[in-house]
Design a protein around this ligand. Sequence first.
Ligand SMILES: Nc1ncnc2c1ncn2[C@@H]1O[C@H](COP(=O)(O)OP(=O)(O)OP(=O)(O)O)[C@@H](O)[C@H]1O
Length: 590
Amino acid sequence: MFETPRRSATILNAWSESSEDLQQQAQPVSPVSTDNTGKKKKKMKPPQRSVSVPQLFALEDAADSEAEERRTGEKCQTERDAEESILRGIFKIEKKSCDVELRTSRLVWTPIQPETPTGASKAGMLLNEDYVELKEIFAVKLKRRRSVGQQKGGTLLGITLFQCVKKGKKLKDHAIHLSNMSEDHCEVWFRHFKDILNGFRNRPKSLKVFVNPNSHRKEANQIYSEQIAPLFKLADIKTATTITEYKGHALSALKECDLKEFDGVICVGGDGFANEVAYGLLLRAQMDAGRDTDSIFTPVRAPLPLGIIPAGSTDIVACSVQGIRHPVTAAMHIIMGHYQSVDVCTFSTHSRLLRFGFSAMFGFGGRTLALAEKHRWMPSSQRREFAVIKTLANLKPEECELSFLPLKNPKQEAQKTTRSKLKRDSSNHFDNEDQWQSIQGLFLNISIMAIPCLCSMAPRGLAPDTRLDNGSMSLIAVQNTSRADFIKHLKRYGSLKNQFSFPFVETYTVQEVKLKPRSGWADDSSEENVAFDTKHTPMISSEKNYPWNIDGDLMEASSEVYIRVHPRLITLFGVTTEESDDSTVKCSCI
Ligand SMILES: Nc1ncnc2c1ncn2[C@@H]1O[C@H](COP(=O)(O)OP(=O)(O)OP(=O)(O)O)[C@@H](O)[C@H]1O
């Protein structure tokens, strides 16, 4: 997750030269009894005269663990000793004078022990060595005391380092103050820290930011200006910010703006907005690469990574890639340059690209969103609840033809290639074994998801069986059933029980899907719609536009939609798959 800093040649032999410090350094650092890890040593009990067998085992265990601890401590010490010392000096840290040493990969400090009147160091005092990994530092500042209104100058107080700390899935910033009032001393150290930070080439230096001021409870602007922009400024990241004025503003800006000067694009908003920005970024890449999006094409990757600062109502994409819905964590992933490749789907009709996206819902999911969008004037959570209840009350199946190409198992694929080669060699005939499968019938909901879609309502994800970058999509087809059974299925998303263990739910791991509605229902979102028995035959309507929910954004399509997954088409700032790759991955929401 973290990269090692590239050392600059100038920092290798440097030494702190403040005379005051050298004088202090001349004082011996007391060889106080600590173990090598800096942990307090456990006091050994005096040996007992007679011991029982269990006591004997306990003593042996204790001795073993002491020896193990010693060995581990010695190993750590050896590793630390092997590190090159770059700079050494005295700073006050947390009000204690410390011997501070800058090494190749960490900054280590030890409180200086006062001497006894006899000149010997205080026996029995513990040395509490502490350290910070340099790869966790994202900013360094000179700390000065300034009077009110003073913009420049001021009394130097020392250096402040800003560290990225991890608490569970959350990342946050933590300041470490190194106090020393010597300008020369601090200048040398400050330059070294700057060199180290400049060595982290993966971290972005310049970002294009889009903020949707209308997301959720309209707090995206405030989240960005109060929590995120100060962190970017602290990390010396330049930003060019656009506060969107209308739906599609970010999309049109991305089609035109010069992206060369940026190292990433950031969106502050919900899922619909994240989809708009991802779509814009990918569309721009296709335009730049001369792809014809009006025909079936192989898309090129997005040229820049995308960072999503969650400020919406569900934030499924942010949760899936960051494991948590927490704007500061999202910003820290961006600042630290944590990248994750993510699969993306193309949605097209009659070979023409409709849009890019990470997930789609047709049927109940599409209708609910269409209804919610018609009631945008309502407060966000109220609107969502209203739409779910109303769509459930008017629950109706769609008659569709669903075709899909199951994911080819890579192992089987390798065997198949060998078999096909043999066949071809012997009979000169190539047998295309790609197997499209088809189901026709009445469906209450069809979900197609290239990412796990974690959210507070579904902590294990709407599609727990897919990964961010495994080149496949989960196809979840819920066939027609009673309203009560459908509600049971929906409720399972929020629980630990398997939401798919119902006879009317089918799941597949697929690469391509074609979904063709065979008849049109009356527009669900009409207020006059009356409750309808789900077992009835469909009612034909003249309205042929079907609502699709693409990452929380409404898309309408009147005919067959063809969906195809493209492995690792975009890079998002977030947790790498290796880190999140365990079966307990869940979304934590705050
Ligand atoms: N200035 C704007 N005015 C109106 N709509 C906008 C504006 N900027 C973007 N949009 C559109 O608003 C839609 C919803 O935005 P967004 O996803 O940020 O909020 P949300 O719907 O509250 O969150 P979620 O999708 O997580 O439920 C998106 O389709 C986005 O393209």
